[in-house]
Design a protein around this ligand. Structure first.
Ligand code: FES
Ligand code: FES
Length: 203
């Protein structure tokens, strides 16, 4: 059997499974139940797309389902698990990365939309000899984390906050870091860390 034949067979199997499930559901329903149920969504097979972008200075070319988020591309396809998945709905900030130097929520960003762009993750911050980025060092100096789950996103967001010029005061830091939630409540220490690191140049 050729690879093409095998692909066709795979599709046929999936279609059979879906058709089987639909038939079973229809058979089990009374007319009233069938009327109340929403129509079964048509089978949608993945649409694959080639996407090329750089992560931490290294070029990558991937073939991805067009629905793949940047977060899943980083974690599942490039094995860069430093970027965390918290809510996966744009509400916690754990997935914050920089795209072209600006912070974005990787869980709300389609990988296909960063075609040709440059992405920076927490893994890309340290220097060639492993020296910490000033923001990483500041988080350590100020105990700006407890469990650490939110920390990669906090650090990436803090770098964006400073580079955007939104760290001129404690109030500004709190406001412009408000999209990054910390269930451990390390907020005062995070503000102190950002204040320390903001004087470092370049950040
Ligand atoms: S995982 Fe992206 S905002 Fe929560
Ligand atoms: S350090 Fe635990 S969630 Fe922020």
């Amino acid at each position: 059997m050729t690879g093409e034949d095998s692909d066709k067979l795979e599709i046929t199997r999936r279609e059979l499974l879906v058709l089987g499930a639909v038939s079973a559901a229809a058979a089990a329903s009374t007319p009233a139940e069938a009327e109340a149920k929403p129509a079964v969504a048509p089978l949608r097979l993945p649409v694959m797309s080639k996407v090329s972008f750089a992560v931490n200075g290294k070029a990558h070319a991937l073939e991805l389902d067009t629905r793949t988020t940047l977060l899943d591309a980083l974690r599942e396809h490039l094995e860069l698990s430093g970027t965390k998945k918290g809510c996966d709905h744009g509400q916690c900030g754990a997935c914050t990365v920089l795209v072209g130097g600006r912070r974005v929520l990787a869980c709300l960003t389609l990988a296909a939309s960063v075609q040709g762009r440059s992405v920076t993750t927490i893994e890309g911050l340290s220097g060639a000899q492993g020296e910490l980025h000033p923001m990483q060092q500041a988080f350590i100096d100020h105990d700006a984390f407890q469990c650490g789950y939110c920390t990669p996103g906090q650090i990436m967001s803090a770098i964006g906050c400073v580079n955007e010029g939104h760290a001129e005061s404690d109030a500004a830091i709190r406001e412009y870091m408000s999209g990054n939630l910390c269930r451990c409540g390390a907020y005062p220490n995070i503000v102190a860390a950002v204040n320390q690191a903001k004087s470092s140049a370049p950040i």
